[in-house]
Write a new protein. Sequence first.
Length: 249
Amino acid sequence: MHIGVSFKMYLDRPRTREWCAAAAATANRHPAVRSGAVELIVFPTLPAMEAAMAACADAPVAFGAQDLFWADRGAYTGAVSGADLADMGCTYAEIGHAERRRVFGEDDAAIAKKVAAAVRNGLIPWICIGEPESGPAGAAIDFCNRQLAASLAELGRPTPMVIAYEPVWAIGQTEAASAAHVAEVARGIKAGLAERTGQTDVPVVYGGSAAPGTLTELGTAVDGLFLGRFAHDTAAFEAILDEAADLRG
């Protein structure tokens, strides 16, 4: 099971170090994380990345970048190279978040190139997909499968990845999408990917106002959570790890 925590741009460097030190202590004593049943992945801001990694140096915590550029080197002022992220020790690269699409104007073509850049540099793409408006699960499945296919368009072969199902209409709200909706869409995403690429072992995690209680409600319908602001409180974060441990038995 994968539990990812993104700080977006909420936490400054001191607060990131503080959170990571607390999370490292939790990970070191938590049986589900220590055993490998739960993989914990932290997505800090880039300026705080090395400090966050140092705070978790002796803990079973993996790190991901919140973005990367599609080229590894060149005249791209302000861009972040996947090669550098890999050299820093990142394992994952988050790609295609709805905020990247909306705020920064990233389209399917840009996201596909970023996915290819991550794979090229040995990073595991953490691909965010999700329908823009609330509606029937069938329509959401069709939208997500088209979005995922577009995200993988630059790849010539199946590759390890994590799919974060984040319905855009649920991001930043007080409650997550319903368990029934998420379960049906997650199944549809997995079926669509298996049909297109033959991959049957790609984890699908849920994000979109996920909080303590969300994972218990979803049960085995998903392979983990992608957490935002509700996990910035370390007590809530540990409660979610407890839920993951209970589900893993």
